[in-house]
Design a protein around this ligand. Structure first.
Ligand code: GRF
Length: 197
């Protein structure tokens, strides 16, 4: 059973999706700690409601210490609005995954987070968008891609309607990616991730 740590900054609906999946027994892992850089993040509340240790911490060295003290095997960035340092990445190489609300390499990187992603999709006139789960490397949203799923952009979509449909896809592919990671079914060769299902 792998030990999972989840980092959040906001509402934590992705965290909730993982909590629910774990409760269903669908993940060979359990969430040991949830850490947020925002004291009022509802994701911390979700953790508390599920008897998971919830910690508000802005100092990255302390975040690393907390994760190490819990002997964490997988770190999930679930709406974590902080770029993690090269030192953090090196401490947990290929053990950190992130969920991004677009089809990387589009609409990602510096400045593309939350609603800004969907606004970029609408402004550009893209016909499809979606979500991406990827390993975290030292760049911004540049790590090897684990899973993606696309949705159509409707003519009458706005940021709110688009983000709602993308969020559903996020939950779906994040759960699947974590399940596969915990079953040791992901292998990385260069930039490519292979699922040995
Ligand atoms: C969402 O925009 C999601 O795309 C991104 O972070 C935001 C909040 O997600 N990953 P959550 O509800 O806090 O999981």
């Amino acid at each position: 059973m792998l030990k999972i740590g989840v980092l959040v900054s906001g509402g934590g609906t992705n965290l909730q999706a993982i909590i629910d999946e774990e409760k269903l027994g669908n993940i060979n892992g359990n969430i040991k700690v949830v850490i947020s850089n925002k004291e009022e993040a509802y994701g911390l509340e979700r953790a508390r409601h599920n008897n998971i240790e919830a910690i508000y911490e802005t100092n990255e060295d302390k975040v690393i210490e907390i994760l190490k003290s819990h002997d964490i095997d997988l770190i999930v960035l679930a709406g974590y609005l902080k770029i993690i340092s090269p030192k953090f990445v090196d401490e947990f190489r290929n053990k950190i995954i992130n969920i991004h609300p677009s089809l990387i390499p589009s609409f990602c990187g510096e400045g593309y987070y939350g609603q800004r992603v969907h606004q970029g999709v609408l402004d550009y006139g893209a016909k499809v968008t979606g979500a991406t789960v990827h390993f975290v490397d030292k760049g911004a949203d540049t790590g090897a891609i684990i899973m993606q799923e696309s949705i159509k952009v409707n003519d009458d979509d706005d940021c709110v309607s688009l983000s709602k449909r993308v969020l559903e896809v996020e939950h779906k592919i994040l759960k699947k990616s974590i399940k596969l990671f915990c079953e040791n079914k992901l292998s990385i060769q260069g930039r490519r991730v292979f699922i040995n299902d």
